[in-house]
Design a protein around this ligand. Structure first.
Ligand code: GTP
Length: 599
């Protein structure tokens, strides 16, 4: 039996993980140059466009050492975004080592560090690598020092490579063999296989990707998912090369896939342990968690006739994405729709975009919000209620106490931006924890922040106030008390439920005033006057008015410029697609997201 090395690549977004992975595949002959497409591991269109690896995969390579010895390398890909932190942690658990890849021009970033800490927690061997050494702006010495400070290695232990030119890649392959320990190979124990990813196939059901930690899985054996207690047969098992390669058994230390007509991803969850029904393991691999949605938003069809289509689209998406949750809800303003739960903002954007592209459904989404725990009075008793839709927050008089989720955010930035970042965090009700000075004039700033303040454009603001230099990473902390109120928006006296938001009392007045102003800009003039009001309970705190339309819109295209007139009308028609009638007022999609576009 050849030796095995199971490893992954830890890198901040755009530090070149996919490019380097391509080189490794090429050098080991896992792909020929002809098969070589740019970034072969990212196979969804959307992923490619965003340049983000959304779903983790694994690939087996046959490495031949300079002395002719053959070794099996399994490269396990990890998603690169904070939203998918749990998937990352399980992918790490399937490995014995990690390449810590740092861009020679960018240096260490927030995500590099957070994933690195996770890898160290799992006792992985860390192989430090500076990538993109071919760049003219490469600062190899400076970045080297950052890495030495971070993991306490020696300068000479840091490999230097270029994923682009292939420089240093051969040495890197040998270092993977030399430095990363081989996996345990106890193949006679009861089976424990860690599911680090799963995808759904319409014909074959769930395909689960596993790392066998102990024991052996034979083709055709009865299998059990330990967290869900569901049982199936391992109809097909195999290795993951560019294509699937069938085999008769998977042994301790190996990485592969299992197909067993598993009807839903809900049965075969990432992080769960697979065992056999005949000789089951006593305990699962520790650390299984059910992923919990953190961000919620309403999703409504623009055209109410599309409701059933939207439902079936969400069902299909959920087959592929076990972390998406949704349930039907009704809004007075938007009609029948769904409240969907997401891991984070990026996850939400991806789902919304897929609905639009893959299912061609025009949707209206509401401002994202977090989940609150509300203690309210009911018949002189305090009852707990979970609120994931702002319009369901009880009226001020009935609320005893509201708890909101907090996160710990770590921001890495060149030191000249400390001021703007602290201002931003302060403005977002952050508690300053500390700051750590790193090499090359860079600082890690830690804050505790209400998650609600981060789901609103925090990331964009952070990027714009640091000219793109700061990077952010966060983790959930706990629920904390907050003086929070529901802010309602009324159009001509009618509350529009889909425009309600939850905000800190101190910010309510300012928010109400700005929202009214923004809505005045976004809602087109109608045949009649429209009053926009912001209110807390029955108390109106801000007001604006949209005056009635006086003239035909095309009237301002004086003269006989027909084409311009036509363009204007067409543009209007386009805009109509995403309008909703709220009472008698026509409200465009952007209005439902007005909060997000305010300064
Ligand atoms: P995510 O999947 O978004 O995390 O990105 P990634 O880390 O996989 O980065 P990717 O491989 O997509 O590379 C990001 C950018 O850097 C691309 O434009 C690459 O062409 C470029 N790049 C990657 N490696 C090198 C390198 O060694 N040298 C140079 N000059 N550019 C590189």
């Amino acid at each position: 039996m050849p030796e095995i090395r199971n490893f992954c690549i830890i890198a901040h977004i755009d530090h070149g993980k996919s490019t380097l992975a391509d080189r490794l595949l090429e050098r080991t002959g896992a792909i020929t140059e002809r098969e070589m497409q740019e970034q072969i591991l990212d196979d969804m269109d959307l992923e490619r466009e965003r340049g983000i690896t959304i779903k983790s995969h694994a690939i087996k390579m046959d490495y031949e050492r300079p002395n002719g010895e053959k070794v099996i390398f399994n490269l396990i890909d990890t998603p690169g975004h904070v939203d998918f932190a749990y998937e990352v942690s399980r992918a790490l658990k399937a490995c014995e080592g990690a390449l810590l890849v740092v861009d020679a021009a960018q240096g260490v970033e927030a995500q590099t560090i957070s994933t690195l800490y996770q890898a160290i927690d799992q006792d992985l061997e860390i192989v430090p690598v500076i990538n993109k050494i071919d760049l003219p702006g490469a600062d190899i010495e400076g970045v080297s020092q950052q890495i030495v400070d971070l993991i306490g290695c020696d300068h000479k232990d840091i490999l230097q490579v270029s994923g682009k030119t292939g420089d240093g890649v051969d040495l890197l392959l040998e270092a993977v063999y030399e430095l990363i320990p081989g996996p345990g190979r106890e193949k006679d124990k009861p089976l424990k296989a860690l599911i680090f990813d799963s995808i759904f196939n319409t014909y074959r059901g769930s395909i689960v990707y596993v790392r066998v930690m102990e024991g052996t899985l034979h083709k055709g054996e009865g299998i059990r998912f330990m967290a869900t207690d569901k049982e199936y047969d391992a109809e097909e098992i195999g290795y993951l090369k560019l294509e699937k390669m069938k085999t008769d058994k998977l042994e301790a230390g190996e990485v592969g896939y299992v197909i067993g007509s598993v009807k839903s991803l809900q049965d075969a969850r990432v992080g769960d342990t697979l065992t056999t029904t005949k000789n089951p393991a006593k305990e699962p691999i520790p650390g299984y968690q059910e992923v919990k949605p953190m961000v919620f938003s309403g999703i409504y069809p623009t055209d109410s006739d599309d409701f059933e289509d939207l439902r079936s689209a969400l069902e299909k998406l959920q087959l592929n994405d076990a972390s998406l949750s949704y349930q039907p809800e009704t809004s007075k303003a938007l009609g029948f729709g769904f409240r969907a739960g997401f891991l984070g903002l990026l996850h939400m954007e991806i789902v919304q975009e897929r609905l639009d592209r893959e299912f061609d459904i025009d949707i209206i989404t509401t401002v994202p919000n977090v989940e609150y725990e509300v203690h309210k009075m009911e018949k002189s008793e305090v009852v707990k209620k979970i609120v994931d839709n702002p319009s369901e927050m009880p009226d001020p008089g009935k609320v005893e106490q509201v708890y909101e989720p907090y996160i710990k955010a770590s921001i890495i930035t060149p030191s000249e931006y400390i001021g703007p970042i602290m201002n931003l965090c302060q403005e977002r009700r952050g508690n300053y924890i500390n700051q750590l000075h790193m090499q090359s004039n860079r600082v890690e700033i830690t804050y505790e922040l209400p998650m609600a303040e981060v789901v609103f454009d925090f990331y964009d603001r952070l990027k714009s106030s640091t000219r793109g230099y700061a990077s952010l990473d966060y983790e959930f902390l706990e629920y904390r008390k907050g003086d929070l109120v529901r802010l309602d928006i009324l159009l001509n006296g009618d509350p529009v439920d889909a425009l309600s938001s939850i905000t800190h009392r101190d910010k309510a007045y300012d928010l109400g005033r700005k929202l009214c102003g923004k809505l005045k800009e976004l809602i087109p003039q109608q045949q009649f006057e429209v009053a926009i009001q912001a209110a807390i309970g029955s108390r109106v705190i801000a007001r604006d008015t949209i005056r009635a339309m006086r003239k035909d819109v095309t009237a301002k295209c004086y003269g006989g410029d027909i084409s311009r007139k036509r363009k204007l009308l067409e543009k209007q028609k386009e805009g109509k697609k995403r309008m909703k009638n709220v009472g008698s007022v026509e409200v465009p999609q952007e209005a439902f997201l007005a909060v997000l576009s305010m300064d």
